[in-house]
Design a protein around this ligand. Structure first.
Ligand SMILES: [Zn+2]
Length: 613
């Protein structure tokens, strides 16, 4: 057990941006003023920025990587992202994306800089000292690429502009230094701060995105307060003024045919749903309407289980090419409730708990998967209750089972790489996605087995309280789990996160000797775990025999109403462990290791023995 450590330092930004999007040329021009505060103890001699859209050019790293992965087969499918494929190679000059810096000044002094595809390197004429805030003024010009992945114009769903990763964005500098990750296709890491963004665009366009609209009465488009007049200035263009406090990114989308629904959640955010429709397609209208309604239904559950949503609004926007999360907003391809829940839960795992997704993709995708399963389960139970039906309250991990199954497939494939692999550097898209989504989800579900579910749930709330608006790492989470549970858990990180060793326990043998019954369990896999064994007797009674794991130096609380016997802890160096019980062996009808199936045992065929006497 360690004391409560002070959160570590982090850099701070304030962006003030004025941009104009020309809907005829698809060019974005603008000015950006960045107030950058160096909270590190280090003197900075250079700065790095992301220029993400430069990835959408033939032969960019993203293009080459996508085509190279496409040569690999996983089963009989090419291992590339079906949305990217070789499309970047075929972009014409007026279809590519770019972000070009025209001028960059710090405290009024011009700086030399070099664009290296998706990264801008700025060699400073004067270093930035610890505790110093500098003002960096830059002018930039960008071309919105044809939509390939996440950002772009004229997506397959018909949305004109999906404006994500659209501005020069300073890279994060933390205790490991700069993180100038080129944009290969994977996810993001940004600096916490405030955004003030003014967007000028053709007045027919409706914008949805990050931030709170400051001039709603001048804009209208469904943002105005009901009952008050909209005072739009006459002209062909409108300037939308947004403020977003305490976020690490800013995204938006725009289309002249967007439909806009709003719904205020009691003691929660205002929900916006923004989508396109063909006239008279009522089914599509009701599918989008359902997202707003579902958000209202599930929010009290989310707040209780994962902590309150910290911002005034959240917007579900049709755009992009699947589902992608941003602060206060998501771009989703269509009105899928599952996707909507998943993306909103990213507001917790990534938007408030801002992990470095390059290094800890599983801490946002895996935790989000876990939370999404719970939210969906809750939503289904409310619907069933409203319909007067009895809801099958499936025990864990029935509703996480798809993630367990995907992890088992990965573990058996020979393609698994440790969760510590940098997201861009996995050998295959397959290993990256199953590791981060499924093995990450199993990490948190299985932790409920290890420390007890109530403890795990309390831990998630403590994690929210302690690490929101910061950059938690795996070791921070593990350390907090130790503080909350009182159990030692570093071994869990070492095996589950840092390595690819697997869990396999088996019932080895049963016998009677001198009036006692014996059960011997064998550890066949390399990874050690604490063991729950359920004994079921002829008279229908069940009892739990718990064998703590030596490395934990403690035991989890009893989890349910079944009688539990705790045995001496199992030292992992011994492949066998034997325990006794007092009933006759002939009274026994079954013995089962982890009847709840929360432990990711790769071979469950040897976990249970049924006895017929
Ligand atoms: Zn996700």
């Amino acid at each position: 057990m360690a004391g409560v450590a002070q959160p570590r330092w982090q850099q701070k930004v304030k962006y003030i941006m004025d941009v104009r999007l020309d809907v005829n040329t698809n060019k974005l021009t603008g000015k950006q003023q960045l107030h950058y505060t160096n909270h590190s103890p280090d003197t900075l001699y250079q700065l790095f920025y992301h220029l993400y859209w430069n990835a959408f050019q033939p032969n960019s790293m993203m293009d080459v990587r996508s085509r190279e992965l496409g040569k690999n087969k996983i089963g009989n499918r090419a291992d590339w992202d079906g949305r990217v494929r070789d499309r970047i190679l075929n972009l014409k000059d007026n279809e590519i994306g770019y972000q070009r810096i025209k001028r960059l000044r710090i405290q009024g002094v011009a700086q030399s800089f070099s664009e290296q595809e998706t990264i801008l390197q700025v060699k400073l004429s004067k270093p930035v000292l610890p505790a110093q805030t500098v003002i960096i003024d830059l002018e930039f010009e960008a071309q919105v690429p044809v939509q390939i992945r996440r950002s772009g114009r004229d997506a397959a769903n018909g949305v004109r502009y999906s404006m994500t990763q659209w501005y020069p964005k300073i890279c994060e500098y933390d205790q490991d230094g700069w993180h100038p990750n080129p944009y290969i296709a994977r996810e993001f890491y940004g600096v916490w701060g405030d955004y003030q963004v003014n967007i000028t665009i053709d007045s027919s366009y409706l914008i949805g995105g990050t931030g709170n609209l400051q001039n709603a009465q001048q804009i209208g488009h469904g943002y105005q307060k009901p009952g008050l007049p909209v005072m739009t200035k006459p002209g062909k263009e409108l300037t939308w003024k947004f403020m977003a406090p305490n976020v690490h990114d800013f995204a938006w989308a725009a289309d002249p045919q967007f439909i806009h629904l709003t719904r205020q959640i009691k003691n929660g955010p205002e929900i916006h749903v923004i989508y396109k429709n063909k006239p008279g397609n009522l089914k599509n209208d009701s599918a989008w309407w359902k997202i707003a309604e579902a958000a209202e239904i599930v929010y009290p559950f989310i707040r209780e289980r994962f902590g309150a949503y910290a911002y005034k609004q959240y917007t579900f926007i049709q755009g992009g090419d699947g589902g992608m999360e941003y602060p206060m907003a998501t771009l989703i391809n269509g009105p899928s409730l599952g996707t909507a829940f998943h993306e909103w839960m990213h507001s917790w795992y990534q938007m408030m708990l801002g992990t470095n997704e390059s290094l800890y993709a599983w801490m946002d995708e895996g935790f989000t998967e876990f939370a999404t399963d719970l939210v969906e389960h809750y939503y289904q139970s409310v619907l069933a209750t409203r319909a007067g039906k009895k809801y099958e309250d499936n025990k864990l991990p029935a509703f996480h089972s798809a993630n367990y199954d995907s992890y088992f497939d990965l573990a058996a494939s020979g393609l698994e790489e440790p969760l510590t692999t940098h997201a861009d550097h996995f050998n295959s898209n397959y290993a990256y996605s199953i590791a981060s989504y499924s093995k990450g989800c199993v990490f948190i579900t299985q932790l409920g087995y290890i420390i007890g579910e109530k403890m795990r749930d309390q831990l998630l709330l403590e994690y929210y309280k302690k690490w929101r608006f910061r950059h938690p790492r795996c070791s921070d989470f593990i350390r907090l789990a130790e503080e909350v549970s009182g159990l030692q858990l570093d071994w869990y990180q070492e095996y589950w996160v840092n390595g690819t060793k697997t869990i396999d326990y088996a019932i080895d043998s049963l016998w009677e000797e001198k009036g006692l019954s014996y059960v011997r369990i064998k550890r066949k896999g390399a990874m050690p775990m604490p063991i729950d064994i359920q004994l079921t007797f002829k008279n229908q009674t069940k009892e739990i025999h718990y064998i703590p794991m030596y490395l934990m130096f403690g035991e989890k609380p009893a989890e349910d109403s079944l009688a539990r016997t705790t045995h001496p802890s199992w030292k992992w160096t011994d492949p066998f462990c034997t325990f006794t019980f007092k009933q006759r062996l002939t009274e026994l009808t079954s013995v089962e290791i982890d009847a709840t199936q929360r432990m990711a045992d790769v071979d469950r065929r040897n976990n249970k023995i049924e006895l017929k006497w």
